[in-house]
Design a protein around this ligand. Sequence first.
Ligand code: CO
Length: 158
Amino acid sequence: MFMPVMEIKKMGEPVLKEICAPVERIDKKIKHLLDDMAETMYANEGVGLAAPQVGVPIRMAVINVDKKKLYELINPVIVEREGAVVDQEGCLSFPGLFGDVERAEKVRVEYINRYGKKRFVEAEGLLARCLQHEIDHLDGKLFIEIAQNLSEGRRDRS
Ligand code: CO
């Protein structure tokens, strides 16, 4: 199967600020886009990628934080959140830029998988952070707008 790596839209591209439209029907095109998004995420060594980042303003994201479990999220919604935690974050649309972002510590997310089934994921740690970051993308919200201590390059934690 040929799965092309797509071009990632960078800072300043208007599509990154769009409120994305819900996916109404999961057809072949949608499934191909999920494949291409995952391929693009892996090729860029990212842990998450939202559809607007490849220029498609629809509510879809892929996440893989442990190189084991790929989440393909269609119309994801955060239905529960708990706690707050600050950690460093980056984004494939802002290469080399990192900043501290406060996020909920735990989230429960409802989504539709590629087979049209409703699924839930409960997460904490990096997966919880990533879910919040990607779902923000679907509302045109970018991490740099809420980040503190923005810097070029990842800072070491002591
Ligand atoms: Co991002």
